[in-house]
Design a protein around this ligand. Sequence first.
Ligand SMILES: Nc1ncnc2c1ncn2[C@@H]1O[C@H](COP(=O)(O)OP(=O)(O)OP(=O)(O)O)[C@@H](O)[C@H]1O
Length: 241
Amino acid sequence: MIADRSAIVARGMGVRRGGRWLLRPADFDVTGGVIGVAGPPSTGKSTLLATFATLRRPHAGALGILGHDTGNAHGIRTVRARIGFLPDRFSWAQGFTVAEFVSYSAYYKRVPAAAGRAMLERLEIGEVAATELSLLPPEVRLRAGLAATCVHEPDLVLLDEPFAGLGEAEMNALIPLLCSLAPTVVVTACGLGELTGWCDRVFVLGRGRLTEPAADPYRAPPPVVVGGRPGRLVLGSGACV
Ligand SMILES: Nc1ncnc2c1ncn2[C@@H]1O[C@H](COP(=O)(O)OP(=O)(O)OP(=O)(O)O)[C@@H](O)[C@H]1O
């Protein structure tokens, strides 16, 4: 039983897919803040995020999310209401207008339609509410995805490669918004450079291990390596610059 109130607590947690370990059994804690996970294609970032979102079960060990043990149905049910997960593609929704997409999400997440409308304003996409997602530029489409993901004001937001297809200026404009979405935000990217300088902590997933590369001396504590054997990784919360 995991009683820790941290956003993410892994105890001997291992994740497998396609017959190999994407993350070898490891212990780590994420207490909060903006957390980046970088890794080349196929290293397992999407699978790890889906595991944090409780859509996949770990193949080994235990996973606690927001103080709940995801090893039982009650824990999963409770915690899902507090998670916002945006997969790297949401092409199934391309035929929806922005307003339809966000209100559909509000319905599913059992929040009033007014919460959806408020989220459109917060994400500054009210003007395109009647436009189909497929007709929007990637940056605006991402904002619609974020609105749908966060319509229920989750405590943990998981964003899978949100910057894919965006230019540097668009990325920089979106960063403050991403940082403000929830007390804990986990963002993945293929390149480490997309995440450094603004995430509170950045980790690299590769060869079945989650490692913290040489840290920015002005932002982060000393590097920690987890994976392969039980270790402990404590991520501090902090504001985004
Ligand atoms: N449906 C599947 N069945 C079996 N293995 C799969 C399946 N989908 C993905 N995999 C494998 O799981 C591994 C991790 O995939 P995952 O999508 O999590 O990686 P990723 O780091 O998010 O990659 P990308 O950046 O390309 O999205 C890959 O080696 C992939 O080949």
